[in-house]
Design a protein around this ligand. Structure first.
Ligand code: PLZ
Length: 446
């Protein structure tokens, strides 16, 4: 096994199944998992990983899977990308931790400089680093409340922002994220979301409804922040109709409300731009990032207008591990990889492959209600013949893909969306092979 792990970066980029799925070693580990790990922790794949490299995952029985999930939009530059591995190895040998609040180091500052430069808008910006997406969202809300001296926060239908107490309150879906876990944080209000496949309304119409409700139900001058994913991730890759986001952002600006774009899933080249906000010319006051930022190491950030970020009292922001030096080294290497390999352009190329293949499938299989998304963040929403969500088919389809060597993820309020988030370094051949299996799933399952 050791030799396999040492060879991880050189893993052959090909699907290859050598046992039934799961194989005997994975099955054995699953028994140990069942005995030792809380049943509350969810599980998608029936196999245990031995190594991963680029866009494939090798399991403990020697099966190689095509990775169309990137560990939920994280390994954008490829799994164990050589540049990330080298940066991490160098840093871990120098020092593993000092706590930035105790003895600072350059990597943290350099990541903040990159974030301030790459996020939308030319205004002065500052950043602060944290460990997880949820922690970044929590801190963005803390900062917005501190700056505005207001309390109310607006989130949206189908939104996802995390699993901590405040972020559960912001997250829309009850099962599995919120069920039995209340009471939730107060002063959170949920507004209608533009969901073109379901609402048949213009972005402006839905924004007007949301704005009217914010004015009447909360009071515009009570609102500290509006937080929204420019393309909703867990909610089902919902791309709001044009005009929706810009109308909300204008309302925020006119009323002294901090507009926060949660780009934790959409950020870092994923949608064919550094950030999805750019597709609508949005310049958020604050932006939360994580996932793709650090090539697989846990790192998250809040970046925002310098006046907002500096409004918090000294010592008001922090945490033992936030901006850990190893994670910062990984982030700098990952960002370097994105720039030097032009992964923004690559995301757009992948978008064309997805759209060609999936639109052709949509003509053949009536259960595909919609193909949507941007860049390498593409999904299909599956429906029954009467147009209602087909969660059962979605689960059967994804299971078929898993058992046939392709990692796909599901999403959606109605659990009827299959979403694709491959590493942006995936080859055309491997992506096409993954989509061949998806096509086979349609003919086999339906
Ligand atoms: N905001 C937009 O997508 C994380 C959740 C997986 P953390 N999405 C994956 C799961 O089931 O827990 C996410 C996101 C957006 C915030 C988060 C939260 O990021 O790093 O998982 O805390």
């Amino acid at each position: 096994m050791t030799s396999v792990i040492n060879n991880a970066p050189a893993l052959v980029q090909k699907r290859n199944l050598v046992t039934a799925i799961p194989g005997p070693k994975s099955a054995e580990l699953m028994v140990r998992r069942k005995a030792a790990v809380s049943d509350g922790v969810g599980g998608t794949m029936p196999v245990f990983v031995a190594a991963a490299g680029g866009s494939v995952v090798l399991d403990v029985d020697g099966n190689t899977f095509i990775d169309l999930g990137s560990g939920i939009a994280v390994t954008t530059v490829g799994n164990s990308a050589p540049a990330v591995v080298e940066a991490v190895q160098d840093q871990v040998a120098l020092f593993t931790h000092t706590c930035f609040m105790v003895t600072p180091y350059e990597g943290y500052v350099a990541v903040c400089e990159q974030l301030n430069e790459l996020t939308p808008g030319n205004h002065p910006k500052k950043s602060a680093l944290f460990n997880s997406g949820a922690e970044a969202v929590e801190n963005a809300i803390k900062i917005a409340r501190s700056f505005t001296k207001r309390q109310a926060v607006v989130a949206f239908e189908h939104g996802y922002h995390g699993r901590t107490n405040l972020t559960m309150a912001l997250t829309a879906k009850s099962m599995p994220y919120k069920h039995n876990f209340g009471p939730f944080a107060p002063e959170i209000y949920r507004m209608p979301m533009s969901y073109p496949f379901h609402d048949n309304s213009s972005g402006i119409q839905i924004a007007e409804t949301a704005i009217h409700r914010m004015e009447k139900e909360i009071g515009a001058k009570e609102i500290a922040a509006i937080i929204i994913e420019p393309i909703q991730g867990e909610g089902g890759f919902i791309v709001p109709a044009p005009g929706f986001l810009t109308a909300l952002s204008k309302f925020a600006k006119d009323n002294g409300i901090i507009f926060i774009a949660d780009e934790i899933q959409t950020g870092f080249c994923r949608t064919g731009a550094w950030f999805a906000s750019e597709h609508e010319g949005l310049v958020p006051d604050m932006i939360t990032t994580a996932k793709g930022l650090a090539g697989g190491l846990p790192l998250a950030a809040v970046t925002g207008r310098a006046d907002i970020m500096d409004s918090v009292h000294v010592g008001g922001l922090g945490g033992t591990y936030g901006g850990n030096p190893i994670a910062c080294a990984a982030a700098l290497a990952a960002i370097y990889e994105m720039k030097s390999n032009d992964l923004i352009k690559r995301a757009s190329q992948l978008e064309s492959i997805f759209n060609n293949r999936l639109s052709a499938m949509q003509k053949k299989f009536t259960s595909i209600g919609e193909v949507r998304g941007r860049g390498a963040m593409i999904a299909i929403e599956l429906v029954k013949s009467d147009g209602t969500p087909d969660a059962d088919l979605t689960s059967k389809m994804s299971k078929f893909c898993h058992l046939n060597g392709v990692i796909v993820l599901t999403a959606g309020t109605y659990s009827n969306v299959i979403r694709f988030l491959p590493p942006l370094t995936i080859t055309d051949e491997l992506l096409n092979e993954g989509l061949d299996i998806l096509e086979l799933a349609f003919t086999s399952v339906t």
